[in-house]
Design a protein around this ligand. Sequence first.
Ligand SMILES: NC(=O)N[C@@H](CC(=O)O)C(=O)O
Ligand SMILES: [Zn+2]
Length: 433
Amino acid sequence: MERLIVFRHVRAIDPSSSLDAIIDVVIENDRIVRLGPNVGAEAAKADWAQVIAPPPGAWLLPGLVDLHAHLREPGQESKEDIRSGLGAAAAGGFTDVCAMPNTVPVNDSRMVTEAMLSRAHEVGGPRLHPIGAITMGQRGEALTEMGDLREAGAVAVSDDGRCVTSSSVMRRALEYASVFDMPVIQHAEDHALTEGSQMHEGSVSTKLGLRGWPRVAEDIIVARDLMLAEYTGARYHVAHASTEGTVRLLREAKSRGLRVSAEVTPHHLLLTHEAVGLYDTACKVNPPLREEQDVQALREGLADGTIDAVATDHAPHGILDKHCEFAEAKPGMIGLELCLPLLLGLVEQGALPLNRLVESLTHAPSSIARLPDKRIREGARADLVLVDPEERWTIEASRLRSKSKNTPFLGRNVKGRVKMTLVAGNIVFNGGS
Ligand SMILES: NC(=O)N[C@@H](CC(=O)O)C(=O)O
Ligand SMILES: [Zn+2]
């Protein structure tokens, strides 16, 4: 045996295994081998055992899975690269990160997918799962070789950052991707309705004199895509859902048994367009921050399972991308290290059941990306995150591992901290001080 790790008296929470109990968890090499009250006492005596006595009240959760991150490698390594991005992921409790293809060049080929994976293997830490483009160069025209992408290791396809607006391209994309059992992840934005837009179309955009992105630009694409998904029988997934309408459409589609899924970001669950204030570029993001009624609908949708997963849409940008006029600023905010602590705030307020939060960051995204299931049980792979739900800390740029610090949450006091992350029994993050 190479490795023996023993967690003593920790609250292990895994809703998909109906587990919520204070137990010991014993890990040998890459696997959980025993779990139960006091089962670690014996193993802890071995002189090679690494015994972990977590802070009182600490939680052990299955490793988190992010369906939507921008790691910027290849091409924009000054914003982030695979090493810093996976480092940030580990610090945020993520064991698996799906990387969007809007890199430079676009990940529309086996070559780019393979290069990203080989870089990730060199770096170690959380696993990287590339998402291939739907269309060549994300231009919305010719489909990529999805079979090649799949074979090289891509888990899904998306033109994220751009919408597939042509109904016929989308139809063919759904049909083609379904041959390889890959979900098609749509960035739902009717570009004809959002040209020149800077933020949500509403009272704040009017006051600031900025062109707005109306909700209907998202809803119209989601509605059409759901019809195409029904027609083709393919797997369809909505990226960063932001409107009340999207939630309503999804609820209706799911009630009829369609194979569709959706994700929501922490910022769309927590902020409205009011946060833009007087042109705060940190709050410029696509899709834009919306209104109270949308936030409410998204929270309810996540709580009742209409929205399956939470995804960060971690979108790092450099200082100059944000220190400029609002119209020039790049959209996006970082999220990997902030996701769990921010959303624990919603749990504390009673706005989201803890079980749903855990499920939406573990079991749900891993089943959408068809990754091995995240479970805390004997025989399962030891992908785990240790969280101190009581620790209070302040989000500060100097504490973040991401190369970029673009987030409107700097200065916010949060409660709950990731203390340790294990990927197949390897401790890839141990800190949180
Ligand atoms: N979310 C964003 O505002 N930006 C993302 C692209 C995207 O997810 O649409 C980016 O790549 O920067
Ligand atoms: Zn997007």
